[in-house]
Design a protein around this ligand. Structure first.
Ligand SMILES: Nc1nc2c(ncn2[C@@H]2O[C@H](COP(=O)(O)OP(=O)(O)OP(=O)(O)O)[C@@H](O)[C@H]2O)c(=O)[nH]1
Length: 532
């Protein structure tokens, strides 16, 4: 059963479809895992990196702005005079805590042409007190470290005119420029440094400007990469590691992005994926249902139909009525069946009937005889058989010719058939001009009556037989034998006995009926054509 199912069209189709479906689902999963999800993630990284670049640009703008401011002060004749000691009122006129706070400066340092401190102004980050000094001692001691770094920078690069980031808490933005005349003629008379803290206020400005969350901190341990992207829970962070002067520390400038929208698109995609898979399953289920209804079920019915299992069922009737290919096939099969049935019937007729007379032949007679003997044995009813032979038929043939002999055989056979049908017994042509009859529920005495009816009917034909010494017309001799159930006669023995009775009839002058008696047992048979 399992084997038949596994070979069936339905199973093979289901297996193939299952395979295709599995493949499609695996492909969908693989596509999501290795193409779509990474693409979404890449896009998310690109977005956060873009935002970081925006913040970096703002930082650069901020640095340029500070540089522009320091340059503005450094290339100013007042400053030029001040650094040479010609303008004593310069500091009173131009410096105040308010100016530092408005400009968000932490420190301004003027160096003379020898690189020595000329003037310092700044707000101490520890005390928030505004101080001005001419040396880096006492009130301005807090700035000493910074000032030494600036001096090292001047020694390293007297050209200055640049902006650097200095390590610190908070980190610092430092811009410097040589002090020159307004027309920038002549050698520099010193250097001016401006320091702006990159504190919370600075971050707020950057955030206002970019609209992006910004983080800024010193890196504890050095990191050997310029940029990093990390994901923590629902947040993706991007960090840029900026070097500080004099290149021994790093500032981490970063931004972060809430992944809600990314996770939402991921969720939407998964949802779409799930629904696609469900839809695929639904479509396949629908296809299978339609396939079953439209093709497989009719095919099954057609198969049963072709196997002749349910030719007459309602399903088969519906099958015949169909207008599609299956209907055409079913009608073709039906025609074939009819034709085959007809051929079979003709074949059976040919194999069991005599071609000349149309009467049953010996084969059918022998089959029936065995059956009626079995019935007689069961029911105990009498059974008789007859053997009939046309008298001097050789003379008939010799005189009238073989074709006329055939016609005579047909007329005699038809007459005997009519009588047999009328009297209710079975008759067959079992030899050339020899016929045999079997009479169920008939004793030998009753059989004599029927044999006489047969003989009389043939006489009535008055079929001319000029050379017959018996009569001027065709006559028959008949041998009769009743089946002896007690002796358990075989069909052959029964017919042999009837043949012996026929021989006796021939011997008795023909045109008569003789019933078999045991005294005839030694009579030679099948020689009813021989007695004179
Ligand atoms: N026309 C024709 N003759 C046949 C056919 N079958 C057998 N015969 C003839 O029937 C004849 C039988 O002859 P015999 O066996 O000598 O018997 P008979 O001449 O009838 O003599 P008895 O039987 O002794 O009366 C033969 O001449 C066969 O040729 C047939 O189909 N057609």
């Amino acid at each position: 059963m399992v084997r038949i199912f596994s070979r069936s069209l339905r199973f093979r189709f289901l297996a193939a479809l299952g395979g295709v479906l599995l493949l499609a689902l695996i492909s969908l999963g693989a596509l999501s895992q290795w193409v779509i999800f990474p693409a979404l993630h890449k896009e998310e990284r690109a977005v956060v990196m873009q935002e970081l670049e925006q913040i970096e640009r703002s930082l650069q703008i901020s640095q340029k702005e500070l540089l522009a401011q320091v340059r503005d002060w450094a290339i100013w004749d007042d400053t030029y005079e001040f650094i040479q000691g010609y303008y004593p009122g310069y500091t009173d006129t131009n410096f105040s805590q308010q100016m530092f706070e408005e400009m968000r400066y932490q420190l301004m340092v003027f160096f003379n042409a020898e690189g020595q401190v000329h003037f310092i102004a700044g707000i101490n980050p520890a005390t928030d007190l505004y101080t001005t000094c001419h040396t880096m001692e006492r009130e301005c001691g807090w700035a000493e470290g910074l000032i030494r770094t600036m001096q090292a920078s001047i020694e390293e690069d007297p050209q200055q005119g640049k902006s650097n980031l200095y390590a610190g808490s908070p980190p610092l933005m430092v811009a410097s420029n040589p002090i020159l005349r307004t027309d920038e003629s002549g050698p520099p008379q010193g250097w001016l440094f401006k320091v702006r803290p990159m504190d919370g206020a600075w971050r707020d400005i950057i955030e206002d400007y970019t609209g992006l969350p910004t983080t800024l901190s010193m890196v504890d341990a050095p990191i050997d990469k310029e940029v990093a992207v990390t994901i923590t829970g629902n947040t993706i962070q991007a960090q840029r590691y900026l070097p500080t002067y004099p290149h021994n520390e790093q500032i981490e400038l970063g931004t972060h992005l809430n992944r809600t929208s990314y996770l939402a698109s991921l969720e939407t995609f998964r949802y779409v994926l799930l629904w696609t898979a469900c839809l695929m399953l639904l479509v396949i289920a629908l296809v299978l249902f339609l396939l079953e209804r439209i093709i497989l079920k009719p095919l099954r019915t057609l198969t049963q139909f072709t196997q002749q299992v349910s030719v007459d069922s309602a399903d088969s009737a519906n099958l015949i009525k169909r207008t599609d290919e299956i209907g055409v096939l079913a009608r073709t099969f039906q025609q074939q069946f009819k034709h085959q049935k007809q051929l079979n019937a003709e074949l059976i007729e040919l194999s069991t009937h005599d071609a000349l007379t149309g009467l049953p032949n010996r084969r059918l007679f022998d089959q029936r005889l065995q059956e009626v003997i079995n019935i007689a044995l069961v029911t105990g009813q009498p059974l008789s058989v007859m053997m009939l032979d046309i008298d001097h038929f050789k003379l008939f043939n010799d005189h009238y010719g073989h074709p006329e002999g055939d016609t005579c055989l047909q007329r005699v056979a038809q007459t005997m058939h009519d009588v047999a049908t009328n009297q209710g017994f079975f008759i067959a042509r079992t030899g050339g001009e020899e016929f045999s009859a079997m009479l169920s529920a008939t004793s030998a005495t009753q059989a004599i009556e029927k044999s006489e009816a047969l003989s009389h009917a043939i006489d009535q034909l008055k079929y001319p037989h000029q050379l017959s010494p018996v009569a001027p017309h065709v006559t028959v001799s008949i041998g009769i034998c009743q089946f002896d159930s007690t002796a358990l006669m075989t069909p052959t023995a029964l017919m042999t006995a009837a043949d012996q009775a026929l021989y006796a009839a021939k011997a008795a002058g023909r045109h008569c009926s003789v019933v078999y008696t045991p005294s005839l047992a030694n009579t030679p048979f099948s020689s009813h054509n021989t007695p004179p």
